[in-house]
Ligand binder design. Structure first.
Ligand code: COA
Length: 366
């Protein structure tokens, strides 16, 4: 069947169940069984809302200073979405750019994976909203809730689906609108200065070759640290869910044990990268580009130092966007592709750490 390699096995069989018998299907199936199919990223895109909020802007509304923020975090400015704009809107723009850069049309996408901690609604997640906004057929849409590690968790899911032959073209998008729920009082100023809004997306496709692709993903979690970085309320455990005293106590805001997060991020990200390198028989010297989750410039520097990766191989854009949680890695990845830091054949390492705690790494031969 001409063009069989360009559609997913699921679509192929759905269109004509007789394809079970065809030689082309057998040939493809054998490749999947032998693990010869790889998942590759064929397109990247990002979208940042246009409104720039500098540290000096924050000085005007809260008890902080540009000097404190720069020294402790490396952040100079971040973007805030305007009222009425949700993470699904940012995600849709990033998705369009990723699909275009893959040389595809939205209708070519067979499955959506969306990662966010700031969905437009309590439910449903943003995957279905992105699907509707892109005008797609009723393909599946899966939501990932792994906060700062959400993009790598999503990448791992996409990789498994592709290598299993379930789908051939997956849109993975991560987006956050965090600016609408930050506590600018002294109780929340440690977090309020860190976070920004934005979205990043990739298209993950099946590739019939060995020279490139996602080589591994490693996912970790330790739920004992849930309350170190969380938004405790609203919680359906409370009846009623919304209460005056919780508002007064600031419990509908995100909260963080900054020092514990800092220490664990500096330990867990390098650990996840070392495990990934060992599994792939690679050395730190083989790494061309390291993209850590953009949490804090000091954390990025500690991770690079711990791994002995030189600064010129490390991607950092936290000065311009702050911490965009799930979106930070795909935004940095997109910028690195567009400004030529990532080239064909580059060995890329992604690593993330965040609420849960969850942490993760991925190794990609570009
Ligand atoms: N502006 C000015 N002062 C602030 C402030 C702000 N935005 N936030 C906190 N402070 C104050 C504190 O109140 C404290 O004052 P005190 O000494 O009078 O009590 C002082 O600064 C030091 O606070 P501390 O929490 O000890 O600072 P720190 O050196 O630990 O740095 C963080 C704070 C948040 C920058 C740091 O803990 C950190 O980066 N943690 C990891 C954060 C992160 O990456 N989170 C997301 C992970 S995905």
């Amino acid at each position: 069947m001409p063009g069989a390699k360009n559609i997913s096995l699921q679509t192929y069989l759905f269109v004509n169940p007789k394809n079970f018998e065809s030689n082309i299907f057998k040939e493809e199936k054998i490749k999947y069984i032998l693990g010869e199919m790889k998942a590759i990223i064929t397109g990247t895109g990002s979208y940042l809302p246009p409104r720039v909020v500098t540290n000096f802007d924050l000085e005007k509304i809260m008890n902080t200073s540009d000097e404190w923020i720069r020294q402790r975090t490396g952040i100079v400015e971040r973007r805030y979405a305007d009222p009425g704009i949700g993470s699904s809107d940012l995600a849709t723009e990033a998705a369009k750019r990723a699909i275009e850069s893959a040389g595809l049309k939205p209708a070519d996408i067979e499955f959506i994976i969306a990662a966010t901690l700031s969905p437009d609604h309590y439910f449903p997640g943003i995957g279905v909203l992105v699907q509707a906004k892109l005008g797609l057929a009723p393909i599946g849409a899966l939501d990932i809730r792994n906060q700062c590690s959400g993009f790598i968790y999503g990448l791992s899911v996409a990789d498994q689906y592709i290598r299993a032959g379930t789908f051939r073209r997956i849109l993975l998008v991560a987006a956050e609108v965090q600016s609408s729920n930050l506590d600018y009082s002294d109780a929340g100023r440690d977090m309020a200065v860190l976070f920004g809004d934005g979205a990043g997306a990739v298209v993950v496709e099946a590739y019939d070759g060995q020279d490139r692709g996602i080589l591994s993903t490693h996912l970790f979690a330790d739920g004992r640290y849930v309350s170190d970085l969380w938004m405790e309320k609203p919680s359906p455990r409370d009846k009623p869910v919304f209460r005056e005293n919780f508002i007064r106590e600031g419990r509908y805001f995100p909260r963080m044990e900054g020092r514990s997060v800092f220490k664990n991020a500096c330990e867990k990200m390098p650990e996840a990268v070392r495990i990934a390198l060992a599994q792939n028989n690679l050395r730190v010297e083989d790494v061309d580009v390291l993209i850590p989750h953009q949490a804090n410039e000091r954390i990025t520097q500690m991770v690079a130092k711990s791994l002995n990766v030189p600064a010129e191989k490390v991607i950092s854009n936290i000065d311009r966007y702050g911490n965009t949680t799930a979106a930070s890695i795909p935004i940095a990845l997109d910028e690195a592709c567009r400004n030529g830091k990532i080239k064909s054949g580059s060995l890329i390492i992604l690593t993330a750490f965040g609420s849960g705690y969850t942490w993760a790494s991925a190794v990609i031969r570009w």
